[in-house]
Structures are given as C-alpha cells and as structure tokens.
Design a protein around this ligand. Structure first.
Ligand code: XMP
Length: 509
C-alpha cells in the first residue's frame, strides 16, 4: 500500500483517492503517526501532502528526518515538497511572486516522475513559499519563470517532490505523474480493486466486532445501505437495522427499503421498520416555518429511535454511514469532526453503545457506489439521488398534512418516471417535485377549479453548493405537466423552477 501523510492540506483525501484510481491501496494518516508505526505498516510509498504553513516556522508540522532514510520512496507535494527540501538542507523562502492557479511548467521528461508527460504542461499551483534551492544530491526537474524548483528529485534515494498539485484535475497530466510514482518509483503492481476493499473491510469488521451487538439507523440512502450491507456480510444477525418511516418518504420508498432489507430481502440481519407516519403528521400539524419543521422532524426521529434502542438494550457498536465529504478536517490532520447529519445527528446521545463504526469514512460518494455495486445492492438504491433527511417535509411549503404528502408523492413519482423514460435521470444532479402553498383558479371540463400548483425542479451540480437549473426538453416538461394535472387530484397547475443556487437553494425550504 501507499500512505498519504497529512500535513493539513485541503486535497489529502483526493491524493489517496487518485492513488486508489491507480488500483493501489491508499489511506491517509496524520503526520503525528510515529516513525515506528510507519515502519510497521511498511508501505511501498509515502506521499507528503500540502499544508497551509511555512516550514521555517517552528510551530509548523515537521517530521523526523529519519523518514528519508527508510529507503521507502517519498513524493512531497506543495508543503510536502518544501518540507523535504528544508529537512534535507535546501532553502525554502517566501516567493517574490506567489503563483495561484493554472501555470505552464517546463518539466524534464527524462525524470521518472515525468515520463510520458509533455515538456510544457499545465499544472495547478497554489503557494506563497517556494524552494529557492534544492538540497544537495537533488536535481531540479521542473520550473516556471517565477518558480526555480517546481519539481526536484533524487532518484538514488527515491525522493521526489512537486511544488504543484498533481492530484487535482486542473493539473492536466497529474494522473500520469502519480501513476509514474506508484508504479515506476514504488514498484506497486496496481492489482488492488474495490472488491479487495470490500473483502478487507468485512474481515476487519468481523475481527473488531467479534461477538458484539451492532445497531444501525438505516435510511435507505446509499451510504447507510452500503454500511449496513458491509456489516451484515461481516456479522449477520448480530446486526440490527432500524428503519424509521416518517411518512415523508417518496412514493413506495418505505416498501422498497423493506423489500431489500426486510425478512424477505437478500441480507442476513434483523430489520425493524417503525411506521411512525401518524406521529410525525400529528407533530407537524399547524407548523409552517421551515426551520421549525426541520427541528420537529429531526427531534422526532431521535425520539422514535430512542424508543427502539431502549427495546433492543445496550449494544456494543453504533454504525454510521459517514463518508469522506461528511468529515470536516481540522486542518492539521489530528482529528476530524463529524458533520451532524439530519438523519443521524443526536443518535449517539440516546443509544447505549461503546464505540462508533464508520466503515465508509475514507471513501468519496462514487467510491461508495462502487462498493455498493460490488456488494450486489440493487442499482436503484446505489444510484439514488440525494434525498434530504426531513424528506418531503421540506418539499411541501407551509403546513404538512397527509393529503399534501400524497399529492407531492404522486406528482414526484410521475416526474421521476418521465425523466427516466427520457433517459435524463443519470445526467441530472437532483430533480424532484414540490408542492407550493399556492392555490389558483383553473378550469377542468366546464368547471372552475381552485387547486394547488406543483413546482418541478431539476438542477445540475457537482458539489450541491452551487447549482444551475437544468434546461429540460420542453416535450418532457409538457408530458409531465399533462400527466400531473390529469392524474393527481388537487393539482391544476405545474411550474418549472428556473432559478440557480445561489440565489435560490436546491430545496424549497
Ligand atoms: P440546499 O437546499 O441547501 O440543498 O441547496 C443542498 C443539498 O442538501 C440537501 N439538503 C438536506 N439534506 N437534511 C439533509 O439531510 C436537510 O435538512 C437538508 N436540506 C437540504 C438537498 O437535498 C441537496 O442535496
């Protein structure tokens, strides 16, 4: 395996992920990991990440120089490259001109790291310090007009460094450089696959948990489903999954989750479905303010789960489907804080357990999907679009009632069906129907109607932080509109939301 030693850079997990894309197993470790521990892991290569500090500042993260004597290949990136230079006697200074963004770099294609790379190649730079002078024994292997040492190497000691970031997409030939490092310098074979991750994780979970009892809050979303199946394969009936149907799920969703995970499903586990629909509708009566609804839905989830957990009694482990983007790095790789998901936030307080298990903690979403497919989880669960914890509760503007839930469920179902028929489903970030709180006058047959308006939304986004309204074909929108006003009682008007985020958000509330 290769390890990424984290010095607080923003891209540390991305580096690990790029190495895994080379079919080489890779994990991120904090820079506080001791040399002894690294020796025990005996990795085939080590990558030092970037970081926000200056190496010549005493308080900055440093590492025992003996690491360079282990004979293990090391690639330093950005701060990591400066650390290598500084530790081995080179000079690191504040650059007279800092470089940010796309930068043309001249590389030495004779260097192993740059084999097969174009002589002038676009790289992503982001630095204020630079290596002014490479340490003795090092050759400069890349430069820019303002950066004398954009890369350096000492092949005899298998030490390589780049000032730029080969792991980000903006470095056009970065994957080539990383694969040169892992294959040609470290001698990795590239035979690791997601199936090995699955096997190893299952084996590790089995060993860690032993005869312990494990509890999992299953939402039916990709992350909790994949986590639950990994656990089920590891320890079978020692796992209990609690699935809360809050009555704010999409049409048929509760039954679909039960079909996969319930007693007639494909996995060995105890499945508890709690039908709490009426409880939620009761609590939400008369509440119109979005944040108040969110609070009630979140709080009620905790109460329902608490009751179930009490019936089950003490457990040894609580499973969480935390994935990497949910993990907020502290900046220096020492500890990480979990984002409080609406779905699971607060659970640790009401469950009597010893430890949390997070088998997906180091994976990105698309890697979680690969694991899901590897585990044989049905496609429609693996490729499910994101669905918020508060569910349809925040897609019904104003007060939530059972009747409104039915309306939005039916409209959303039709919308999703037509999007899929038109082959547009895989290309969109998120798409759904919402029930506006607006009624308007219409005419049906010869009668006046006074019914609700449904809003359709579809967005393209890569990170859900910003989004553009998708330009759906008019024929598809027309077909959906026609079907909704004809098939869904209580709706006489359909609108399409053309707003991006910002200024709107993806959800309506
Ligand atoms: P917004 O509406 O903030 O949505 O643009 C961004 C992404 O987050 C999802 N979302 C939520 N997910 N609990 C969740 O678990 C919530 O309260 C919540 N609100 C929004 C939304 O579906 C979109 O993918």
């Amino acid at each position: 395996s290769v390890i990424v030693l984290d010095f607080g850079g923003q891209y540390n997990q991305l580096i690990a992920r790029r190495v895994r894309e080379c079919n080489v197993y890779c994990e991120v470790k904090p820079y506080t990991m001791s040399l002894e521990e690294i020796k025990k892991i005996n990795p085939k290569g080590i990558i030092f990440t970037g970081g926000p500090n200056s190496v010549y500042d005493e308080k900055s993260p440093h590492y025992d120089k003996a690491i360079f004597e282990l004979g293990i290949p090391i690639l330093g990136i950005c701060y990591g490259s400066q650390l290598m230079a500084w530790s081995l006697g080179g000079t690191v200074e504040t650059a007279p001109t800092s470089e940010y963004g796309h930068t043309e770099v001249e590389v030495d294609t004779e260097d192993t790291l740059f084999e097969g790379v174009s002589k002038t190649t676009v790289c992503w730079m982001s630095h204020t310090d630079y290596i002014a002078k490479a340490p003795q024994g090092f050759r400069v292997t890349a430069h820019t007009p303002v950066c004398p040492v954009a890369a350096m190497s000492c092949p005899e000691r298998k030490l390589y460094a780049t000032q730029f970031h080969p792991e980000v997409m903006h470095t056009a030939e970065g994957m080539k450089m990383l694969s040169n490092f892992v294959y040609k310098v470290c001698g990795c074979h590239g035979d690791w696959k997601m199936s090995s991750f699955v096997e190893t994780t299952i084996a590790q979970l089995r060993e860690r948990i032993g005869n312990g009892k494990v509890l999992c809050a299953l939402s039916g979303g990709v992350d909790s489903s994949v986590a639950a199946v990994l656990l089920s394969k590891a320890i079978g009936k020692q796992l209990t999954c609690v699935f809360v149907d809050h009555g704010l799920l999409r049409k048929n969703e509760g039954d679909e989750v039960e079909a996969v995970f319930g007693p007639n499903g494909s996995y060995e586990l105890n499945f508890i479905r709690v039908n709490a629909q009426q409880r939620y509708y009761e609590k939400l009566k008369g509440v119109t303010e979005p944040e108040a609804k969110r609070m009630i839905i979140g709080e009620e989830f905790i109460r329902v789960f608490e009751e179930e957990a009490r019936k089950i009694g003490a457990v040894d482990y609580l499973v969480q489907g935390t994935i990497y983007p949910d993990v907020i790095e502290s900046g220096l790789g020492k500890s990480a804080v979990i984002k409080s998901h609406h779905n699971v936030g607060g659970l640790p307080d009401v469950v009597d357990f010893k430890e949390i298990v997070e088998p997906l903690r180091m994976l990105f979403k698309d890697e979680v999907r690969k694991v899901g497919l590897e585990l044989g989880i049905p496609d429609y669960l693996v490729y499910r679009q994101p669905f918020p914890g508060p569910g349809l509760g925040i897609r019904i503007i104003g007060e939530v009632t059972e009747e409104k839930v039915k309306i939005v469920q039916e409209a959303d179902y039709i919308y999703r069906e037509e999007i899929a028929k038109a082959g547009l489903d895989k290309g969109l970030g998120q798409y759904f129907a919402a029930l506006t709180n607006m009624r308007s006058v219409g005419v049906m047959g010869d009668f006046r109607t006074y019914d609700y308006a449904i809003a359709l939304r579809a967005v393209n986004t890569s990170d859900f932080m910003t989004a553009d309204a998708a330009q759906l074909p008019w024929e598809v929108l027309g077909k959906v509109t026609n079907r909704i006003v004809n098939e869904v009682k209580g709706v006489n008007r359909v609108m399409y939301d053309c707003t991006g985020k910002p200024p709107a958000t993806i959800e309506f509330e």
